[in-house]
Design a protein around this ligand. Structure first.
Ligand code: OSB
Ligand code: MG
Length: 369
């Protein structure tokens, strides 16, 4: 298979509810949709997910576009690709920049599956058709509004709630949620907002029966997380730290965490994500699927990947209407009894809405043979 053409839509979708984390407030999500066409006219779709600010990790949508245009597309131009697993090897000479790589790598997996007349999930072992889902709730200093929001999500069937926290916004909201929902599977995500100096403060969280605490310390820290995990009963989960299988091995061998939030784009694509899944399977480690406020394209990819039975813990894969008024697909994803169906059509299994792409996006061709 040869890549003959690559197009992109630069899209901005307004969020229904502004999303606040320890590092900032998001009111709309910018992302690119990449269309990769082969010599036969088959087309794969990928999503470029980084944020506009380098505050979650260092990649931004602008830096990723430069890496794609100047470094990754030139590598694809001359390549003859027999299997999408070769793409990560082809891209290896470009260091880091996992989200840029993932946008093209996942588009090529989609293209490959479509070329072979298959749904993407057929390339994974032990899959099912419906997956349990959770919801990630932003910082909301008005606790009445926070509890109302969570009440709605619980009524819609979300099986697990993740609350964003930061210093000054932790014990109080957690206590309020626990009081109202004593049995709700509840976890928190600090997005790196604490430091080792906060260990004794964080130890108080052990009293709230949290399923896990996600990424309390810096995005590249393993040692302080290991110290915290040694002193806490509650499981630590790492997100920002995990860019490669090696990071995953390091985290578990140092005892930095007991579970991994796996995001396909943060590890450079499907091939590396599969290696991490295999490692977690072999070593009986908890791995679950996170999200990046993806549009329907990235959401469909996440659903295909999370169809693997190892993903028993509800992921950050919510219904389209939890995020956006309108998405760029012809059909939105809906939650039914706490689960979302995995699309069954070819590749990632979704069709783009041309109307909405034109409404929210700008089209450009970035490579043509
Ligand atoms: O830390 O997991 C995170 C959203 C944006 C950036 C980082 C994170 C998140 C989420 C929500 O928690 C994930 C989602 O629902 O897509
Ligand atoms: Mg996180």
């Amino acid at each position: 298979m040869n890549i003959h053409r690559i197009d992109r839509y630069r899209v901005r979708l307004p969020l229904r509810i502004p999303f606040e984390t320890s590092y900032g407030r998001l009111t709309e999500k910018a992302f690119d949709i990449l269309l990769v066409t082969d010599e036969l006219g088959n087309q794969g779709i990928g999503e470029l997910v980084p944020f506009e600010q380098p505050d979650y990790i260092e990649e931004t949508i602008d830096t990723a576009r430069i890496i794609i245009d100047k470094h990754l597309i030139p590598l694809l131009k001359e390549a003859e690709i027999h299997h999408p697993k070769e793409v990560s090897i082809l891209f290896a000479e470009v260091k880091g920049n996992q989200m840029a790589k993932s946008s093209l790598e996942t588009a090529i997996w989609d293209l490959y599956a479509k070329r072979n007349g298959k749904s993407l999930k057929t390339y994974f072992k032990d899959t099912r058709v419906q997956i349990p889902v959770g919801v990630s709730v932003g910082i909301q200093t008005d606790l009445t509004k926070l509890l109302d929001q969570i009440t709605q999500y619980v009524a819609q069937g979300y099986q697990r709630v993740k609350l964003k926290i930061r210093p000054g916004y932790d014990l109080k909201p957690i206590e309020a949620i626990r009081k109202k929902f004593p049995d709700l599977p509840l976890m928190v995500d600090a997005n790196s907002a604490y430091t080792i100096k906060d260990i004794s403060w964080l130890k108080q969280l052990d009293a709230y029966d949290l399923v896990m605490i996600e990424q309390p310390f810096a995005a590249n820290d393993f040692l302080d997380h290991a110290q915290l995990q040694k002193e806490m009963k509650t499981s630590i989960c790492l997100d920002e730290n995990i860019r490669t299988l090696k990071d995953c091995e390091l985290a578990f061998s140092l005892g930095s965490c007991r579970s991994i939030n796996l995001k396909i784009p943060r590890v450079g694509g499907i091939t590396e994500a599969m290696k991490i899944v295999d490692f977690c399977k072999e070593n009986e480690r908890l791995v679950w699927l996170g999200g990046m406020f993806e549009s329907g394209v990235g959401r469909a990819l996440n659903l295909q990947f999370a169809s693997q039975k190892i993903f028993t813990f509800p992921g950050d894969i919510s219904a389209s209407d939890r995020y956006y008024y309108e998405d760029i697909l012809t059909e939105p994803f809906e939650i039914q009894n706490g689960e979302i169906f995995v699309p069954d059509e070819l590749g990632i299994g979704v069709s783009l809405s041309q109307k909405n792409l034109m409404k929210y996006g700008v089209f450009e061709t970035i490579f043509i043979k």
